[in-house]
Design a protein around this ligand. Structure first.
Ligand SMILES: Cc1cc2nc3c(=O)[nH]c(=O)nc-3n(C[C@H](O)[C@H](O)[C@H](O)COP(=O)(O)OP(=O)(O)OC[C@H]3O[C@@H](n4cnc5c(N)ncnc54)[C@H](O)[C@@H]3O)c2cc1C
Length: 462
């Protein structure tokens, strides 16, 4: 393609249209490049998508984000979707404990309007699921955590469970607080999580700014944000999007640049971003692009299971809650978002689901329906109209101690070839935030190398 002044415009090919690839494509287009986005599946959105089941729109898994997720919030704004995935005014997480005698007991993790760390102090002081001594010990550990530098490579090799133990945290404080938040955000229990990643989550989320941990989630199907609206934004930015098209190889062109072999066609590119999962990136990387490409294969994956239950009536008044003393983790009301007209549809989000990811639906039903009856008495007389599960075996990279040194940055040793994806070295666990940040990094590095004018979107906004 040539520009108005007769020079050839540069062509970027982005492989993979999850949040990372979509972000990189938008960044390239906004910087004036000619962009092709190639995606193997028939839709955009990668791991965060929706599908139809009868009359309902179902998300493959409940997704939430926090106010501190500035990159994902940029994405929502960029696709004109922020109003469809609003944030709470103030952090408020209902926590129902069914593990103690006397039936479900409700507590809340919430903040007030005071500065850090006082914003959480009153909420913690009133949190009924911990004793007074446990609440005081949590406060001390939080202050110790605030002093950690998540980017310190030494923290990456330590597991969060050991650190919590060293800082006086009992099994109960871990269950009722640290893992309650950590399992959902890291997709691992404390002993299986890198201290560096845990420090990143807790420090940024709870101890950076008063509103940092306010929770947001899509009030529409995820596909409306990550597929429909994203497609609209890509189209109007001039990105050529090729769905149902797999990239088979990426090879150096003789006179510089790259050849990208897609189904039945060859694309020529000045810059290529591989925004695909680590295994696919390993398969596509040309020889010599990374010092030790096999390290990518050492980055493990972790599953998330979602259990979907449609009742014939309303059984839950709140938009969501977290559970204690039960295998149930987090429960969300997806009724309105799914389009259900009558009754109520709950989605149970079960992270770090290694033990149950292959459990048959019938066994999950036998296990979880009685648990919901313990947590939500209104379900006891209700009819279950539908019960099904969605299983994401490779939902995230496993945030195990030591994973930090395996995650590559955006730049490879091959000029013009970049990596993106939630699994790359963003400092964040595998989240939508990490994916968008990785898209910024890859496009930013490519544009700098091409000498194109470009400002980092978050710095621009600052
Ligand atoms: C059930 C579940 C719940 C989650 N909950 C949360 C949450 O609450 N909050 C949060 O922030 N994050 C959550 N996550 C994580 C979040 O969804 C991911 O971190 C993020 O979406 C990853 O985006 P990505 O672009 O890096 O990768 P992906 O979404 O994996 O995108 C990669 C894309 O590349 C495509 N591709 C692969 N190979 C090729 C090829 N050869 N040619 C063309 N295309 C190819 C794939 O089809 C895919 O679309 C959850 C994930 C799951 C699965």
């Amino acid at each position: 393609m040539t520009t108005a002044d007769g020079t050839r415009s540069r062509h970027a090919v982005v492989v993979g249209a999850g949040l990372a690839g979509t972000t990189a494509a938008l960044q390239f287009a906004d910087a004036g490049l000619d962009v092709t986005l190639v995606e193997g599946r028939p839709r955009l959105g990668g791991l965060a998508f929706s599908f139809r089941r009868g009359d309902l729109d179902i998300d493959n898994g409940q997704h939430v984000y926090l106010r501190c997720c500035t990159a994902y919030r940029w994405f929502l704004d960029r696709v004109d979707g922020a109003a469809l995935a609003p944030l709470q005014d103030r952090l408020d997480v209902p926590v129902l404990d069914v593990g103690t005698p006397g039936g479900p007991r409700l507590g809340r993790i919430r903040r007030n309007g005071l500065p850090v760390p006082l914003h959480l102090a009153a909420g913690l002081a009133a949190y009924p699921h911990l004793s007074l001594a446990e609440r005081a010990s949590v406060g001390r550990a939080a202050l110790a955590l605030k002093r950690l530098d998540p980017a310190d490579p030494a923290l990456d090799g330590i597991d969060f469970g050991t650190w919590l133990g060293r800082h006086g945290q009992s099994a109960r404080t871990i269950e009722a607080l640290w893992d309650l938040v950590g399992v959902a955000t890291l997709n691992a229990t404390a002993p299986n999580a890198s201290l560096g990643l845990a420090a990143m989550v807790f420090k940024t989320g709870l101890l950076s700014e008063p509103g940092a941990a306010d929770i947001g989630w899509a009030h529409v199907p995820l596909g409306e944000l990550h597929d429909t609206l994203a497609r609209k934004a890509l189209d109007s930015a001039g990105v050529r999007t090729q769905l149902r098209t797999r990239v088979h190889s990426v090879t150096r062109a003789e006179h510089g640049g790259w050849h990208v072999e897609v189904d039945g066609e060859r694309l020529d590119a000045d810059a290529v971003v591989l925004a695909v999962p680590q295994r696919e990136a390993h398969a596509l990387l040309p020889e010599g692009a990374l010092d030790d490409p096999d390290r990518l294969l050492d980055i493990g994956t972790a599953p998330i299971l979602n259990i979907h239950v449609v009742y014939d009536r309303k059984v839950l008044r709140r938009p969501f809650f977290a559970a204690l003393g039960s295998p149930v983790q987090w429960v969300f009301d997806r009724t309105a978002a799914s389009g259900l007209q009558e009754g109520q549809y709950l989605a149970l989000s079960q992270s770090a689901a290694e033990d149950e990811i292959d459990t048959p639906v019938s066994a999950l039903r036998t296990r979880y329906l009685p648990e919901l009856e313990r947590l939500l008495p209104a379900t006891r007389g209700a009819e279950v109209r539908d019960f099904f599960v969605t299983r994401e075996r490779t939902a995230t990279f496993a945030p195990t101690p030591g994973v930090g040194r395996l995650r590559p940055g955006a730049r490879t040793r091959a000029p013009g070839l970049y990596l993106a994806g939630a699994w790359t070295a963003t400092g964040w666990p595998a989240t939508m935030e990490s994916a968008v940040r990785s898209g910024f990094s890859a496009a930013g590095a490519a544009l700098a190398e091409l000498g194109a004018r470009h400002a980092h979107p978050l710095e621009e906004a600052a």
